[in-house]
Design a protein around this ligand. Structure first.
Ligand code: IMP
Ligand code: MG
Length: 186
């Protein structure tokens, strides 16, 4: 396939930001970084929906890095009007696992205001998690509204609305194997 830096899907122009190969290489490095912390009795909690592909790849890379975590899922929604976050976080689906005394790794797609991850981290701390690590694919700097930073991070993300590799714009574009940005229509 020829190299394409931009493609048109459903009438939207999508620019490629991070390619499949770049993402795969970062995921491997992050898995090694997590393994180096030697987490004990680790529970991995992908924060759905946007993190599902990153989490699927990272969890398998963690296996290759020698880890054997349990996995449970949480669905959080931070209410958004199209592409802006409102600040309120709701639990749409909670984990079924007891986190008391355990190391937990939260996985999310993007750290932007930080409200989503801060909310999830506080929730797990209140339930007695021993240590809660956070891994995000992307960090969009300049929007932090909560006191949080990711322990493990894929890439710094430019201030654009991104899609693909699990992330959506109104539930579209999750299937793209790369991270792209939507070129705003004139
Ligand atoms: P925050 O850190 O609580 O502001 O929320 C980050 C969440 O907002 C992420 O988990 C994404 O679900 C969503 N989000 C933020 N920026 C984007 C974007 O550019 N594309 C798609 N989703 C985004
Ligand atoms: Mg999300």
């Amino acid at each position: 396939m020829p190299f394409m830096s931009e493609l048109v899907i459903d009438g939207h122009r999508i620019g490629v930001l991070f390619s499949e190969a770049e993402i795969a290489a970062r995921v491997k490095v992050i898995a090694a970084e997590i393994a180096a912390r030697k987490p004990s009795n680790l529970l991995v909690v992908p924060v759905l929906k946007g993190s599902f592909i990153f989490a699927a790849d990272l969890i398998r890379a963690m296996h290759h890095a020698g880890l054997s975590p349990e996995v449970d899922f949480m669905i959080l929604s931070s209410y958004r009007t199209s592409t802006k976050s409102s600040g309120q976080v709701n639990v749409l689906r909670d984990i079924e696992t007891d986190v008391k005394g355990r190391d937990v790794l939260l996985i999310d797609d993007i750290l932007e205001s930080g409200r989503t991850l801060a909310f999830a981290k506080d929730l797990l701390a209140a339930r007695g998690a021993k240590c809660t690590y956070t891994a995000v694919l992307l960090h969009k700097p300049g929007h932090l509204a909560a006191d949080i930073s990711a322990d493990f991070q894929g890439f710094e993300c430019p201030d654009k609305f991104v899609v693909g590799y699990g992330m959506d714009m109104a539930h579209q574009f999750r299937e793209l194997p790369f991270v792209g940005y939507v070129v705003p229509k004139q």
